[in-house]
Design a protein around this ligand. Structure first.
Ligand SMILES: NC(=O)c1ccc[n+]([C@@H]2O[C@H](COP(=O)([O-])OP(=O)(O)OC[C@H]3O[C@@H](n4cnc5c(N)ncnc54)[C@H](OP(=O)(O)O)[C@@H]3O)[C@@H](O)[C@H]2O)c1
Length: 287
């Protein structure tokens, strides 16, 4: 198998870390993204020691901040001439009270939607330099439970609820992935989304979503997949020759394509979300 350069966001824990280890085992150069320097360095050493692969690198940045995402993209561009695979895996759900970042964005929407959008757009020149490249966006079946989109209130200033914010951010991620997939077809860059399956990770553990939701989350985790099982479709889409030209699909766990909800989908809605993301990230893009 040809060795690839693969960047995985949120690779310091859970599904991202499991994917990073397996892809390192396969001999690829893996760039482990994390927000905490000490933790990311520990994971780097752990992956090197467990896989015997010395070609592991780190990339630091807080995905709550678009200014950090811009810096991350600049750091990658300084060091690498091409990127074969970008896995936008980092994500999370927030608490029952809406929180905004210092840049003024609701935390769930910026982490799960705007940051991967900006990182992808900023790294397109590097992805285009690879003979064929792959973008994998980690979504969730919870995209079916966010309810009706609020196009007049993308930041959920008036309509915040943690399940809604998480569900809508992952729904919009599927729509922008579809949009990008169509745009990039002539360039030999594929774009797919993944629902990893409920997996036993740190997901949601540090968010206070209220007694009932916290309890359901903890119970679900007990009967869930392991992080390694949750990473299976990410690893497959990143490295298998079988999916070299597969694009625009939504994969479930176990490497199987699945059907996302089309309840609120229309090309107009897809374009609205695309337009909104493009407008928000514009000040953080190189001109
Ligand atoms: N677990 C599930 O059941 C499940 C189901 C469906 C979808 N997903 C999706 O799968 C992806 C991975 O989640 P997981 O289950 O592996 O969760 P996890 O164990 O909580 O790992 C999340 C990763 O994202 C990083 N991260 C979170 N906020 C960040 C920020 N502001 N800046 C930079 N990095 C940040 C975390 O960094 P730290 O290590 O510093 O915390 C960690 O590396 C997410 O997109 C999630 O929405 C998970």
């Amino acid at each position: 198998m040809e060795s690839k350069i693969i960047l995985i966001t949120g690779a310091t824990n859970g599904i991202g870390k499991a994917a990073a280890k397996e892809l390192a085992k396969q001999g690829h150069t893996v760039i482990v993204h994390g927000r905490n320097k000490d933790k990311t360095l520990r994971v780097l050493e752990e992956i090197k020691a467990e896989t015997g692969n010395a070609n592991i690198d780190i990339l630091l940045g807080d995905l709550f901040l678009l200014s950090d995402v811009k810096k991350m993209a600049d750091d990658v561009k300084k060091k690498y001439q091409k990127l074969d695979v970008l896995i936008n895996n980092a994500g999370g759900t927030m608490g029952k009270v809406r929180e905004a970042t210092d840049e003024g964005f609701e935390k769930t929407i910026v982490l799960n939607l705007l940051s991967p959008f900006l990182l992808t757009q900023s790294l397109l020149p590097l992805l285009s330099n690879a003979p064929s490249a792959r973008i994998i966006n980690v979504s969730s079946e919870m995209h079916k439970f966010g309810g009706k989109p609020f196009f007049h209130d993308f930041q959920l200033e008036k309509n915040y609820d943690s399940v809604r914010a998480y569900g809508l951010s992952k729904l919009y991620l599927i729509w922008i992935s579809r949009h990008l997939s169509a745009e990039l077809k002539p360039k030999n860059i594929t774009v797919n989304t993944v629902h990893p399956g409920v997996s036993n990770t740190n997901f949601g553990l540090d968010a206070d979503r209220g007694f009932f939701t916290n309890l359901v989350g903890k119970l679900l985790m007990r009967f869930s997949l392991t992080a390694e099982q949750g990473a299976a479709s990410l690893i497959y889409l990143a490295s298998s020759d079988d999916v070299e030209h597969v694009t625009g699909l939504y994969y479930g766990p176990k490497k199987k394509p699945a059907e996302p909800s089309d309840r609120y989908y229309s090309i107009e809605n897809e374009n609205r979300v695309w337009g909104y993301c493009s407008q928000i990230v514009a000040p953080y893009m190189d001109t």
